[in-house]
Design a protein. Structure first.
Length: 260
């Protein structure tokens, strides 16, 4: 009987130990990245995230609260939500998805991607690896998969680098900075165009990617000149045409924070 009692005690202690190791308290501004240690299938080469139960980082994150993931099958590491302070922007780099087309510098954006908080939506709708065209605006607070995306802000890089080059730059501790991506902190601040004294100022935008201008053109205009041509066929004053021609299209292009 004594032996049976000892065995039961050992079993209870082991069960309690496993239960405690399996419970994870995720803070209100944290996410839990799940790493599956034991599985029959392994990840395909070049893919850092498991979508179908393979061993490795899992696509589904643990949200704030008390969560259970059976130890030792799963391990959980905590990561902060991505936060972009006022006056700053966040550049998103995808580490998953299809490769970029030859010659492209950035990935095509689809509305289904939203703010990149859903990895499943990103992959299901043709997400591509590399720099994403929209930036995260000031005030963004969002849970983004740390193995699937990197987010660069002036003073912090969110996420875990998976490429050997970036791992080497981070020293294996996630210590990346904007300089690792060829960016200076001031390039990740909101551009403010304000009067200088009594002089009004404008901003001239130059795009470094996209279709070339038609032969002979020195500048591009959003939407072309169809609206101006339509007005010329109507009874409108020259002043109205000039106002349309020179008017701001910032709202149409979201103040150029989204390149597309």
């Amino acid at each position: 009987m004594l032996t049976v009692g000892i065995v039961l005690l050992v079993v209870i202690v082991l069960l309690l130990f496993v239960a405690l190791r399996s419970l994870h308290s995720i803070g209100p501004s944290e996410i839990g990245l799940v790493n599956k240690r034991l599985a029959r299938r392994s990840l395909a080469e070049g893919n850092p995230v498991a979508l179908h139960g393979e061993a490795g980082f899992q696509a589904r994150l643990l949200m704030p609260g008390l969560r259970f993931k059976l130890w030792p099958v799963y391990g959980v590491t905590k990561h902060p939500w991505v936060q972009v302070p006022a006056g700053e922007i966040g550049v998103v780099i995808a580490q998953v998805g299809a490769p970029l087309p030859i010659g492209a510098k950035s990935a095509v954006y689809h509305e289904e991607f939203g703010n990149f908080s859903s990895l499943e939506a990103f992959l299901a709708n043709g997400g591509q690896k590399g720099v994403q065209r929209p930036v995260l605006p000031p005030g963004t607070l969002v849970p983004i998969h740390p193995a699937a995306f990197l987010v660069i802000t002036p003073h912090r890089v969110y996420g875990m680098p998976v490429s050997a080059e970036l791992k080497a730059l981070s020293g294996g501790r996630g210590g990346l900075s904007p300089a690792a991506f060829g960016l200076a902190p001031e390039q990740l601040e909101v551009t403010v165009i304000a009067p200088r004294g009594t002089t009004d100022m404008v901003g001239i935008v130059t795009t470094l990617e996209g279709e070339p201008l038609p032969s002979g053109d020195i500048a591009s205009r959003l939407g072309g000149f169809d609206d101006v041509a339509a007005m010329q066929g109507e009874v409108v004053s020259d002043a109205e045409i000039i106002d349309t021609l020179l008017g701001s299209k910032n709202t149409l292009h979201n103040n150029y924070q989204d390149f597309q």
